[in-house]
Every structure is written in structure tokens, then in C-alpha cells.
Design a binder for this molecule. Sequence first.
Ligand SMILES: Nc1ncnc2c1ncn2[C@@H]1O[C@H](COP(=O)(O)OP(=O)(O)OP(=O)(O)O)[C@@H](O)[C@H]1O
Ligand SMILES: [Mg+2]
Length: 224
Amino acid sequence: MIKLQNVCKSYYLGETEVKAVDNINLEIKAKEYIGILGSSGSGKSTLMYLIGLLEHPTCGSILFDGKDVSKLSDEALSKIRNQNVGFVFQSFNLISKYTVLENILLPTLYAKEKLEFDPDKRAEELLTKFGIYDRRHFYPNKISGGQQQRVAIARALMMNPKIILADEPTGNLDTKTGDEILDIMESLNKSFGVTVVLVTHEKDVANRTKRQIYIKDGVVVNRY
Ligand SMILES: Nc1ncnc2c1ncn2[C@@H]1O[C@H](COP(=O)(O)OP(=O)(O)OP(=O)(O)O)[C@@H](O)[C@H]1O
Ligand SMILES: [Mg+2]
């Protein structure tokens, strides 16, 4: 589904080049559940942004469903993202001035084409599925961290994406709440066939995925 070929991403701080991702080859097949494991600064988030078409690579190519998307315009990329990719972040990234329901509906407002589903109905289904229906008119700061992350997952699922990318989704949660979020991730993959990529620096978290990729200094290595 997504293939990275000799992909790199460098940032420049003045004259200094930081190779955040350095010549990575990686194939993610449909319905996989992958953990990307590495220490802080190893390049996990950068790699995830490349996989999720949020960043242009500085070298190499990214194939999405067989098509090279690495040189597409930002607008073309955002359309592919909107229809195919859902993101979940450590700090939930909900919009504080919008209610739970409004946050979940947000991706449908950015959709460029006519929706094939009723957004209100789908939002209601997702709210119910994740046990937050009774919180739909609350603002994010009035619900718990675990509930906020479930809102973020519901928002990520709104457009029925093929792939969910989660960057340290349990990082701001206690162990029990984090486990519940990992249960949800697993069920998305197992029961709904969504491809899931989970970024973490914790081995225990990565161990819950089906395949692990270790990254160190922007390079894929054999072990953590
Ligand atoms: N926008 C940026 N500008 C400059 N350097 C950056 C930028 N983003 C990341 N980097 C650098 O690239 C390297 C990889 O960063 P990245 O955020 O991908 O690591 P990470 O594995 O996600 O770390 P963490 O576990 O702390 O989130 C680091 O050295 C970082 O300082
Ligand atoms: Mg990171």
C-alpha cells in the first residue's frame, strides 16, 4: 500500500544538516499492524510524517498504491491524505474551541468531494462505539485524557481511512488508560482491517503490534 524507496529527510539548522531519516526502504502492506520503535530523536515522527504524506522527502520516492506521490503538490497530497490517512497524536491535538462532536466532524469539512456517507450518522456511530456519545457536546478540556484520545481516534476514522498513523498515542496516558487505547488500535486492525502504524519508544507498547521496525539515527536497524 505504501512503499518508501531510499527515502531521506534532512533538516537544515543554518549550515548543519540533520539527517532525520536517512535512506530508508520500507513497505507497508494493507492490513498490517506495525510498530516503529526507537529512542527520542531517532527519527520516528519524521518517518511517520513521510509515510502519512505530511512531509516531502528530500530524496527517494514514496509510492502510495503503486503511484509515486513524492513530487505531488501540497494540495494533491492533502487530498490523498484526507481520503486515506488518519492521524493520532500523543497530545490528542483536538481543537479546544470545538466540541467533541465538532472535532469529529472536522475532516468531513475539508473533504473536496461529495461524501459517500452521512457525516452526522457516522459521527454518532463512532461516538457510540468509543463510549463517548454522552460527551459529544463537551469541550476537550472538560473530558479525560483517555476520552480525548478516543475522540482523536474517532476523528481519524471519520473519513474511513485505509491507514491510521499513531505517534506515541499512549504517551500522555496512565498505563491502564493507555492499554485501553492499544486495545482500540488492535481492534481497528483486527476487526476492521485498518492498516495501523504505531510509533513508540516503549518496547512493551511496540510488542502489541504484529511487526516491529527499529530505527536509530534515522536508519532502520535490526534490533532496538
Ligand atoms: N522541523 C525540524 N527542524 C529541524 N530538525 C528537526 C525537525 N524535526 C525533527 N528534527 C530533528 O530530526 C531528528 C529526528 O526527529 P524526530 O522528531 O523524527 O524524532 P523522534 O524519534 O520522533 O523523537 P521523539 O521520540 O523525541 O519524539 C532529531 O534530531 C530532531 O532534532
Ligand atoms: Mg516523535
